[in-house]
Write a protein that binds this ligand. Structure first.
Ligand SMILES: O=C(O)CCC(=O)C(=O)O
Ligand SMILES: [Fe+2]
Length: 342
């Protein structure tokens, strides 16, 4: 049996009494003790009637927040409560398995098909660690990846497999609607632009001092589009007009973030949320992320045929190039994208 990665704090975490020094952020990066209120202003898009006369109105609703704080919530998304609950339960159970059963997934290797790690992939080099464990694996096409997934809990592959398919359908629908809002032809985002699909699950155990550390840093998602299924524990915050606001988890609701590649393809028309995750001292928090990403070698650039006049803001590049800039800039997607601005 392989041992946990050297430097992994999984074992330490289960007994932790005080926040280890390596998780304490410098004062200017700490979330502090100010209460951050959950906002009631984060738009909620209702997809009910999407194939009927409401479609145009729904597209307009989606385009508005996409151009504002770069994040919105969706109800009547088409994925059943039964499946979302079962999926959440499987991930929660996975993270609470004994360390020996998870040991074979511990990896910081970006190319490993299923990886479990603490903080970030840059654990060895980073100045401060984040208070999280993460499980990430590929999920499309399912048959290419499912054999690399955990087999424990026993339902994991079956349930997460179904969820991956439904989540993909949902995200492709969101892309279709966004494409319509931008004036692009049907199916614009299908194929290479949305080929890679990752499931990325964050798990944070109760933190001894949430004021000193973060569950995830302030960041923009580098991919094409992201969805989050939050459990029932707060933690996600978004930067809006220079202030952090909380996105309280709502039952049966997905959070959608049009990510950086959508910003480029829309030539800056869409915003991508700057967001972060704070911890809490009382309960564990688990959040499911599904990310669609372009395949490595496809060219990404502002789309032809966008509504409105067009002086391209970005030069064409491949996702591989972008991602290498991303990892070379401490996972700062904004900086990475800066390399391709015209
Ligand atoms: O855990 C969350 O709520 C957010 C996760 C996230 O932002 C990410 O994985 O990129
Ligand atoms: Fe994110």
């Amino acid at each position: 049996m392989s041992m946990p990665l050297e430097g992994s704090h999984f074992e330490l975490w289960s007994n932790v009494q005080a926040l280890p020094e390596s998780y304490v952020f410098p004062p200017e990066r700490r979330p502090g003790t100010d209460e951050i209120l959950a906002s009631k202003d984060i738009p909620i898009i209702d997809l009910e009637g999407i194939d009927g006369p409401r479609r145009f109105e729904i597209v307009q609703h989606i385009m508005k927040p996409s151009q504002n704080c770069g994040l919105f919530q969706v109800i009547n998304h088409g994925v059943s409560r039964d499946l979302t609950d079962q999926t959440m339960r499987n991930f929660q159970e996975f993270f609470t398995l004994p360390a020996e059963l998870k040991a074979r997934f511990y990896s910081n290797d970006l190319n490993s098909s299923c990886r479990l790690y603490t903080s970030t992939l840059n654990y060895e080099k980073e100045d401060t660690h984040y208070w999280r464990d993460n499980l990430t694996h590929r999920c499309h096409p399912l048959e290419d990846h499912i054999d690399h997934w955990p087999e424990n809990p026993p339902d994991y592959r079956n349930v997460v497999g179904k969820y991956s398919i439904e989540a993909r359908k949902f995200l492709l629908t969101m892309l279709e609607l966004i494409g319509e809002g931008m004036g692009l032809e049907t199916g614009y985002f299908e194929g290479e632009l949305s080929k890679t699909q990752l499931v990325s699950v964050n798990h944070h155990i109760p933190c001894p001092d949430p004021s000193l550390t973060l569950g995830m840093p302030e960041h923009c998602d580098p991919n094409l589009i992201s969805m989050l299924q939050q459990g029932d524990v707060c933690g996600l915050q978004v930067l809006k007009d220079g202030r952090w606001i909380g996105i309280a988890p709502l039952r049966d609701t997905f959070v959608v973030i049009p990510s950086l590649q959508l910003r480029v393809i829309s030539n800056g028309k869409l915003a991508s949320a700057v967001h972060r995750v704070v911890t809490n001292s009382k309960v564990s928090r688990t959040t499911i992320g599904i990310f669609l990403t372009p395949s490595n070698d496809i060219e990404i650039r502002p789309a032809d045929g966008l509504h409105g006049s067009l002086t391209p803001m970005y030069r064409g590049y491949t996702y591989k190039e972008l991602f290498s800039r991303f990892t070379g800039n401490d996972c700062d997607a904004e900086k990475a994208l800066g390399c391709f601005k015209l």
